[in-house]
Design a protein around this ligand. Structure first.
Ligand code: 13P
Length: 252
């Protein structure tokens, strides 16, 4: 059985003081059942102050992107080695990085390899566009993304996968929980099983992301294959984010 994981992706939002007060406010309101992880993904410059704000609690920290090389002439990039002692997680292959920054499946694969080689856990993001969904090729698109991202991976126990349909991100549109459950179970979990075996497929947390809010979190929590959620907009409001965590873990 996979652990429950609820993550907040702040994207390119907050100032330094916003980031500190948001993390303190989440910290002070949150109570979690055992075996549940909450991970905050602030903008990289605020990783250290947010780490300090949540130090001593069960809240974990991640960055929204990394580069696969350890160091060198990569202006503006952050390497995994720089995260040592700062955070435990990295988001890899978010659709905004794939589309706005042309990240390829190969590059995403290299980033995951770099994370695992340095003990960083990766939340791999996958998802189809609206056109691909309408064409009925969601499963093929997700299969291709997962397959290429997970090529030659060692350290599969550090993997989390977030299924984020691009048409659901920031739009207020959400798929039915049953549809998400089908994609996670029939496409993603069965693919992990065929690539890395039964234990990996059962223990890899699979998340849903895209317009998650306090009103729909409970429905997603009821689905067998949805182990958690990756929250964007609603994670910038501490009360909403904490309520999502509460709704998601109500029956734990
Ligand atoms: P929203 O929750 O704002 O739709 O964003 C989802 C997302 O992209 C999280 O990574």
């Amino acid at each position: 059985m996979a652990r429950t994981l609820i993550a907040g992706n702040w994207k390119m939002n907050t100032t330094l003081s916003d980031a500190i007060s948001l993390s303190i406010s989440i910290r002070d309101q949150l109570t979690l059942p055992p075996d549940t992880e909450v991970v905050l993904f602030p903008p990289t410059p605020f990783a250290v102050p947010v780490r300090d704000a949540v130090r001593g609690t069960t809240i974990k920290l991640g960055v929204q992107n990394i580069h696969n090389e350890e160091s060198g002439a990569y202006t503006g990039e952050t390497s995994v080695t720089m995260l040592d002692g700062i955070c435990e997680y990295a988001l890899i292959g978010h659709s905004e990085r794939r589309t706005l920054f042309n990240e390829s499946n190969d590059f995403i694969n290299q980033k995951i390899q770099a994370c695992f080689a340095h003990g960083i856990k990766a939340i791999l993001c996958v998802g189809e566009t609206e056109t691909e969904r309408n064409e009925g090729i969601t499963s093929q698109v997700i299969t291709r993304q997962v397959e290429s991202a997970l090529r030659d991976i060692e350290g599969i126990e550090r993997l989390v996968i977030a299924y984020e349909p691009i048409w659901a991100i920031g739009t207020g549109l959400v798929p039915e929980a049953e549809e998400v459950n089908h994609t996670l179970g029939q496409t993603i979990r069965s693919q992990i099983k065929s690539l890395y075996g039964t234990q990996a497929s059962e223990e890899t947390p699979l998340l849903y992301g895209g317009s998650v809010n306090p009103g729909n979190a409970y429905t997603f929590a009821q689905a067998d294959h949805i182990d958690g959620v990756l929250v964007g907009g609603a994670s910038l409001d501490s009360a909403q984010f904490v309520e999502i965590c509460t709704q998601f873990t109500l029956d734990s």
